[in-house]
Design a protein around this ligand. Sequence first.
Ligand code: HEC
Length: 162
Amino acid sequence: MYFCALPENPAKNRKYSNKVSKFLKKYGLLILSALVLAGIFYLNRYSGTARVKKGETLYKQHCSNCHGENGEGLRKLIPPLAGNPNIPAGLENMPCTIRYGKNGPIKVNNQEYNQPMAGISELEADEIKSVMDYILQTWYPETEPLSQKKISEKLGECAVTD
Ligand code: HEC
């Protein structure tokens, strides 16, 4: 059997590996930091996307039967969650609305609604964040989402103690 091996040229090889190690010495740290940063950026984006996906599932389980698959609401009974100026304006109230429900008249784009919404108490704080992130990303992409910390704070403030 015959392998077509390249002729050995130690001098050339040494020159090449010298060049590589010089290059790595000079730029290695920079390249490494860039790779680490790219990794962090990617993970961050990826986990954000995963959360929104989870939020979509939760929305379909817990909200869409009333508020509609596309957040359109239901006639004069249930307010829309899409195109509803109360959502970005009252974002900080939303964690408590989700957990403890809402009662009393509200107005959305000049339409009155006055049916009680029961709280969805089985959602954990991080699931509430996922649903909210899904709603915002889908219908209010320009609105900055609430942090997990803020959501937990708000839930603490409206906690029903009995
Ligand atoms: C059983 C039906 C029902 C379900 C399920 C439901 N809602 Fe509601 N929701 C309502 C009704 C009815 C209102 C109006 C309450 C009122 O008039 O005070 C409302 C109001 C709201 C509001 C306030 C809107 C505004 O303009 O101020 C938000 C936010 C909201 N719901 C979010 C959600 C989210 C998120 C979910 C799922 C986690 C959910 N709702 C599940 C019926 C429901």
